[in-house]
Design a protein around this ligand. Structure first.
Ligand code: G6Q
Length: 555
């Protein structure tokens, strides 16, 4: 749907945000500054590159290459005030039920709160519960890592397979990949999420059941994909081990639903619980991170939590001018709603962060991919942009062309580290040179005059010209540690929240995934039907199902 259609149709519905004086002031400001080029902004303010930065929890944010002036930033802060951002932040930390459509708190900050903090839900301090579970996780992980926990045949566990999907997969797999340097190298960690049997079969093809531990991660323990894969895992294990009692040694569950876990056949002693105020995509630092802790050990896991907490405290207490999540959130609003950028490219210059863009896709797009405001009215502005990305430098030889010279405006988040965990000749310097070069080229481009001065034939000048003025953030940290990873994830969690507050949407529900799930269950029944079921879908879906039923056995 074109932007025009969406806006026209939406304008008949709820307004609010776009009626605010602060919004209108930003629109007027945008109209007068739209053509301002970063070249000019840097030329007029020689200190801009040093000035427009903020730093917290080991992360340095340079936002000087964003297309903003001091006035833009002031107006964005005014908008945040008008939207009650401070009060919404306080409400989240207090444990208010800010996830209004599900009547739940969104209290992921409690997952990394130090033991002496008190955060109450229904008069109960949840921080002590969090630490009790952390201690249990740590004791279990120590037993597995030391070899004290053995499989059914007495062999030590060498392989851990996390089975989960969405929030019960993307966080754990991202964190494992990011923290691989700190992980046990004599153990194998794999992640199965897709209901496509290939995912499971490939994950176990070279593993032995008697050395394998399955961590079944599902908040609800009703998710079709996860339970199907868990059943396959059970069958795979028992096929070799041949004894039901083996399940107790090779399966643990992470869930809020004890009844379903027990029904599946996993002993309550082997279950790690959590709470409904932990959203799936905000759960990698909860017990959903059991596989992460198995890989990197309790001490590193706690260091990661400390990184999360450092960013939480910064978010809660820092002034908006210095507040990284607030700045990144407001800059995202500026880019999406005023400069018209529909996507954000996330470009980590660190191979260990290769799954970070995928993780962020869920965090940002499931949180802010909403078209109704908190009061249920259709919004008349764009909400959550599309997040995507690849680690540098690979992306440079692929889609960066479009970012540099295409017709879409694509703000970029560059993420880099001053020190590599794997020094090899001058490779890290080269990697970082590429990061800096890309953000420089995007911002400043290359003028036609510069191209001509190089003696380029006239016919090629326009092809070789780079307009520049492409905005980017650069996040720089000393090195990728568990603490840095925690801070980085918390930064994005809170930046996503800031955007949701401005857009006046519920960033913590995900009703959009429901319809597809319900239809899949119905169609699965129709496919399994051995007779000739009456199909009552649309003509296209009916035809596709019939064709599939006819051809599937001939494969
Ligand atoms: C995340 C979502 C969703 C969820 C998965 C798995 O915020 O709620 O991605 O994590 O659908 O759900 P279960 O953990 O309940 O299996």
């Amino acid at each position: 749907m074109s932007r025009l259609t969406l806006t026209t149709r939406a304008s008949a519905h709820a307004q609010g945000l776009t009626d605010r004086p602060a919004w209108k002031a930003l629109e007027a400001h945008c109209a007068t500054t739209h053509d301002l080029h970063l070249r000019q902004m840097f030329a007029e303010d020689t200190l801009r590159g040093e000035r427009l930065h903020a730093e917290a929890a080991g992360l340095y944010l340079d936002y000087s290459k964003q297309r903003v002036t001091d006035e833009t930033l002031r107006l964005l802060r005014e908008l945040a005030d008008a939207c009650g951002l401070n009060e919404r932040i306080a409400a989240m930390f207090r444990g208010d039920r800010i996830n209004t459509t599900e009547q739940r708190a969104a209290l992921h900050v409690a997952l990394r709160a130090p033991m002496d903090e008190h955060i109450l839900i229904d008069d109960k301090n949840v921080v002590s519960d969090v630490h009790a579970v952390l201690d249990r996780m740590a004791a279990f992980c120590e037993r597995v890592r030391s070899g004290a926990w053995t499989g059914h045949s007495g062999k030590r566990i060498r392989n851990v397979i996390n089975i989960g999907i969405g929030g019960s997969d993307l966080g754990p797999v991202m964190a494992y990949e990011a923290m691989r340097h700190y992980s046990r190298r004599d153990m194998t960690f794999r992640f199965v999420s897709n209901v496509d049997s290939t995912d499971f079969v490939e994950a176990v093809h070279d593993l032995k059941p008697d050395e394998t531990l399955f961590v079944i991660c599902s908040k609800t323990f009703t998710t079709q994909e996860t339970l199907t894969n868990a059943q396959s895992a059970r069958a795979w294990c028992l096929h070799t081990l041949g004894d039901e009692r083996a399940v107790a040694k090779h399966f643990v569950a992470v869930s809020t639903n004890a009844a379903e876990v027990i029904k599946f056949g996993i002993d309550a002693d082997n279950m790690f619980g959590f709470w409904d105020w932990v959203g799936g995509r905000y759960s990698m630092d909860s017990v959903i991170g059991l596989s992460t802790m198995l890989a990197i050990g309790p001490e590193n896991f706690r260091a990661m939590l400390a990184g999360f907490h450092a960013m939480d405290e910064h978010f809660r207490t820092a002034s908006p001018e210095q507040n990284l999540p607030v700045l990144m959130g407001l800059l995202a609003i500026w880019n999406a709603n005023f400069l018209g950028a529909a996507t954000v490219a996330v470009l980590p210059y660190d191979q260990y962060l290769k799954r970070f863009p995928a993780y962020l896709q869920q965090l940002a797009m499931e949180s802010n991919g909403k078209h109704v405001s908190l009061n249920g009215m259709r919004v008349d502005y764009e909400t959550g942009p599309i997040y995507w990305g690849e680690p540098g430098t690979n992306g440079q030889h692929s889609f960066y062309q479009l970012i540099h010279q295409g017709t879409h405006l694509i703000p970029c988040d560059f993420i880099g580290f001053c020190e590599t965990l794997n020094p090899l000749g001058g490779q890290h310097d080269l990697l970082m040179a590429n990061l800096f070069a890309q953000s420089e080229a995007l911002a400043f481009g290359k003028t036609a005059a510069e191209v001509k001065a190089e003696g380029m034939p006239t016919a090629l000048v326009s092809h070789r010209t780079f307009e520049g003025n492409r905005p980017s953030n650069t996040l720089l940290a000393e090195r990728l540690t568990p603490h840095t990873l925690g801070a980085l994830v918390a930064l994005y969690e809170h930046s996503v929240f800031v955007q949701g507050v401005i857009w006046d949407i519920d960033s913590f529900d995900q009703w959009g995934v429901e319809l597809g799930k319900a239809l899949a269950t119905r169609i699965a029944g129709e496919i399994a039907d051995s007779g000739d079921p009456e199909l009552r879908h649309d003509g296209s879906t009916n035809t596709l199902i019939r064709r599939y039923r006819r051809l599937r056995h001939h494969a």
